[in-house]
Design a protein around this ligand. Sequence first.
Ligand code: SF4
Length: 498
Amino acid sequence: MLTKNLDIGSKLINFKERDMFLEELRDFIDEDLIARQINMADNPDSAKIREIIAKARSIERLEPEETAALLNVKDPDLWDEIFKSAGEIKKTVYDNRIVTFAPLYISNYCVNNCLYCGFRSQSTASKRHQLSQDDIKKEVKNLLQTGHKRIILVSGEHPCSGAEYLADSMKSIYDTKILRQGRESGIRRINVNAAPMSIGDLRKIKEAGIGTYQVFQETYHRSSYSRVHLSGAKSDFRWRLYALHRAMEAGIDDVAVGALFGLYDWRFEVMGLLYHAIDLEKRYGIGPHTVSFPRLNYAEGAEYKGDPSYKVNDEDFKKVVAVIRLSIPYSGMIVSAREPKAIRDEVLALGCTQTDGSAQIGIGGYTSEAEKSSSAGSKQFELGDNRSLGQLIRDLAAKGTITSFCTAGYRCGRTGGKIMGLLKSGHEGKFCKLNAILTFKEWIEDFGDQAMRDLGNQLIQKEFQEIERDDFYKGKRLVSLVKEYYQRIEKGERDLYI
Ligand code: SF4
């Protein structure tokens, strides 16, 4: 069985495309250099830290030495300044809104043997299942009934779930519509979290209408990587490391990086994510659209329970989030329902921009009661927060935060390099604010009860007041336009965006 998986795994790798980005046969992760940078920054001077914070606040990406200095801060008061700045940077770049989405797991067949994962090829605990196109449509209909507009499609790596299956699945999702109060509703953006692919295969999912392509490196530390990725294509560190470079070559200019925190030292992983962003910027002029930072947690069928010395406690997790926010200030940041509500609330305030609601991570979990209630079966890991989308939106609104379903940037061609410039200048956040209001208004009208509509409308009125005070909008038609669209949505129009 193991040999068979190794064979399948190597067939999934295009070795020429794996090595085409190397410089003098080296990749962009220089472990010795990262270790030196972390060690040399020990006990940094507070004036220097404040200069670094100021640089990040001007939405400039940090250099590795600067990030290493932040990672070494010991003074709790300086950490408080870093946390406060992280929240303010997010407000400058993305304004006061959280984008929400639902994960849609479509197949848990996998050739890889990642020791921490419930889908790994050697696990007998996992029931194998791949959704048919009809199954996918049923899942999407159920998601649409809760008000979701954005999906992240997730699949294990296997020849049966290659680019053609992903592209067919995306077509099924985009084609699925429901009628809600007499109005048609559908999914407006599909992001994909799937295996590294060749450039040719990536072109197929680009043509199918992918939003963001996510590939998490899991760990940037090679021996830690080898220790937990025993076989299959994923055991090849570099094939994975350059997955997003190949996506750029295929024309997918929204790409997402991530690391699974708990496999190695968290400071090293933050540096790895930064070097990944720098290499993408250097070659394509575009850094990652989003950064994810899941923590290792329990999975039925996993063999690796984690090395306690690398476990990231809640205090260090907050530092991870804040330092990423300062280091790559233009990127979106995703905290998922892996995390319990309390810590999710804390890190949302530290600069996160996206989170999931009503998440089900079993295959067929939005349709099958058995998948929802089963603690074993076909899940990749366990969730820490099972709030429904409605509850999540209510909780965020109670704290004064608007939930956004906006997909306007993508649909108006504000992707890749175009959106990067707008994010760095703070201008994209101004559009985010307006489109967040409009999509939030749609949701409260279609899916909220009277109490939710009252709370939501009050929040929107406060947003309007902020807009009227903001110099950016003065003298522009945007203010009257967003108010006009607000009225039109109340009267029944949908999908209005700026
Ligand atoms: S982490 Fe991904 S690649 Fe690894 S076994 Fe799980 S599904 Fe497969």
